[in-house]
Design a protein around this ligand. Structure first.
Ligand SMILES: [Zn+2]
Length: 318
């Protein structure tokens, strides 16, 4: 069966995308994710040990795999938090495919820790997925205990506990090394949704089971170098994997690293604090700086800047 597309999206780029898809005549939907520049930008803003960067990269892929259903203004946050040398890793994906993330690390403790396994780095704790749909819509959070040696394993537990239906997920990661100075990661998820009638009713339960088993087997044939192969378009990759049953691809979503912080936002937060408190926090040069942990940028404020904040407030209220 030829690949069916629902849009005329060009086949590029081959990296930094989410490609949603659907297996024909089934209740199986999936997403294929590949991130390169996104990882270079986010990880490059920090100087984490390799193991921490790797887990953060994997968490970015997982967050992207989960985020394809975000509406305008929606934000999906995946946070792992524990009592270990890495206190937490947090990743936000905003509608429009803007991603940010960081890890909070106790460097002294990390030196003594076994640096490979997630359980050794994070210790006991939990993984929380929060969907803030934006506007006045409700916030939804789901939490699962940290159990497993990688974020992907923890995530499988999360899915089993909090979602209906079954999933299969695979993540591949390549850290900078001899062959490349860049980060590259990819992931694929397939989900079997509960059948609610409609088109799928034409297919019996047994046939649905067979398609699901077959789709999982096809997915397992995907090699890491194919998932990370930037010369393969997502459409071609999906066709290679699932052409026996047929695969529909939806509009490709582009991804990029970005932060929501801005000087204007920080100003708004500072304005809510007492002026005296801000003036007391000025250093000997008469400056204070506010640090964004996500993008690692600093914004500096002088005494004059602080005075101006409050003058503006008075004016706007007048
Ligand atoms: Zn920032």
């Amino acid at each position: 069966m030829p690949l069916q597309t629902q849009n005329s999206e060009s086949e590029k780029p081959y990296s930094d995308f989410i490609q949603p898809f659907l297996i024909d005549h089934s209740s199986i939907r999936g997403r294929l994710v590949r991130v390169g520049k996104v990882l270079d930008d986010i990880l490059g803003a920090h100087n984490y040990p390799l193991a921490v960067s790797s887990h953060l990269a994997e968490q970015i892929v997982i967050a992207c795999l989960l985020s394809a259903t975000l509406d305008k203004d929606g934000i999906l946050t995946v946070q792992t938090k524990g009592d270990g040398a890495v206190r937490f890793i947090v990743v936000d994906v905003m509608a429009g495919g803007i991603i940010r993330g960081y890890a909070e690390v106790d460097k002294a403790r990390l030196k003594k820790a076994n640096k490979q396994k997630l359980s050794d780095l994070l210790g006991k704790g939990y993984l929380a997925v929060t969907l803030d749909a934006g506007g006045s819509k409700e916030r939804y959070q789901s939490v699962v205990e940290l159990a497993g040696d990688s974020i992907s394993e923890v995530f499988k537990g999360y899915f089993l506990r909090s979602q209906q239906g079954e999933i299969a997920v695979h993540v591949a990661l390549r850290a900078p090394g001899k062959t490349s100075t860049h980060w590259l990661a990819g992931g694929i998820i397939i989900e079997r949704m509960p059948v609610e009638g409609g088109k799928q009713k034409e297919v019996t339960k047994e046939e649905q089971d067979e398609i699901w088993e077959r789709t999982k087997i096809f997915m397992r044939t995907l090699k890491d170098n194919e998932m990370l192969g930037e010369d393969i378009t997502p459409q071609n990759l999906l066709y290679r994997l699932f052409n026996e049953d047929g695969v529909w691809v939806y509009k490709l979503q582009h991804l990029k690293a970005g932060c929501r912080c801005s000087r204007a936002r920080i100003r708004n937060v500072l304005k809510t604090l007492p002026k005296e408190e801000l003036l007391q926090s000025l250093d000997k040069d008469g400056k204070m700086s506010v640090h964004c942990q996500f993008c690692n940028k600093r914004e500096s404020f002088s005494r004059a800047d602080i005075n101006r904040l409050y003058r503006k407030t008075v004016k706007s209220n007048a």
